[in-house]
Ligand binder design. Structure first.
Ligand code: B4P
Length: 183
């Protein structure tokens, strides 16, 4: 099973992808986690992206694509993957289509978690990660509307995009995703 989870920051992408991947025995590929790992290890790439993430802006496409390609290559031979946080703009979506067609892989489902902005701000302030300050959250939401919402339209032209209400409790969202994946 190869799945893409789209949604605003704080919509529950990471939360749901982690649970679902564990249950289904597939690889969870989170662009945010890969970038944060690079920052924690103080690699050259990590130092390059730290300030960008702190400001709530998107990291350059070629930097993230490299990490995603490595993770997809690593997951070859597994039962599949769940992509969380990638693609985040139409150019990344195009690049992913190219990589998947080269690897002869297909996308089985695209899920879009929809949550209103006030709920998102409330959730992320509670989490309190380094990029979860009110100003940065507002920037990330603007970036999402401008850059990532067009990705939903990109996929609607190619696949069935399943919209799920991400404002429900974590378990309810998980059940809704599972019903869809098992169908
Ligand atoms: P991400 O790591 O993707 O961070 P995120 O959008 O905030 O979502 P995340 O998955 O972590 O959180 P979730 O909604 O599950 O990106 C961070 C930064 O990395 C970006 O701003 C950007 O700079 C960079 N980046 C990443 N990918 C990139 C790309 N492709 N291109 C360029 N740059 C990129 O959960 C949030 C909180 O809500 C948690 O505390 C959780 O417990 C809570 N929660 C979740 N579901 C809930 C529910 N149903 N009810 C109540 N609380 C819930």
């Amino acid at each position: 099973m190869n799945l893409i989870i789209l949604g605003a920051p704080g919509s529950g992408k990471g939360t749901q992808a982690r649970q679902l991947a564990e249950g289904a025995g597939v690889r969870h590929i989170s662009s945010g986690d890969l970038l944060r790992e690079a920052i924690a290890r103080k690699t050259e790439l990590g130092q390059q992206v730290e300030a960008i993430i702190g400001a709530g802006e998107l990291v350059p496409d070629e930097v993230v694509l490299k990490l995603i390609m490595e993770a997809l290559a690593d997951s070859e031979g597994s039962n599949g993957w769940i992509l969380d946080g990638y693609p985040r703009n139409p150019d990344q979506a195009e690049a992913l289509e190219d990589v998947l067609s080269t690897n002869r892989q297909v996308v089985d489902a695209v899920i879009f978690l929809k949550v209103d902005a006030d709920t998102i701000v409330e959730r992320l302030l509670k989490r309190g990660r380094v990029d979860d300050t009110e100003d940065t959250i507002r920037t990330r939401l603007k970036v999402f509307e401008k850059e990532t919402l067009p990705v939903v339209e990109f996929y609607e032209l190619r696949y069935d995009v399943h919209e799920i209400n991400g404002s429900m409790a974590i378990d309810e969202v998980a059940n809704a995703i599972r019903e869809l994946v098992d169908a």
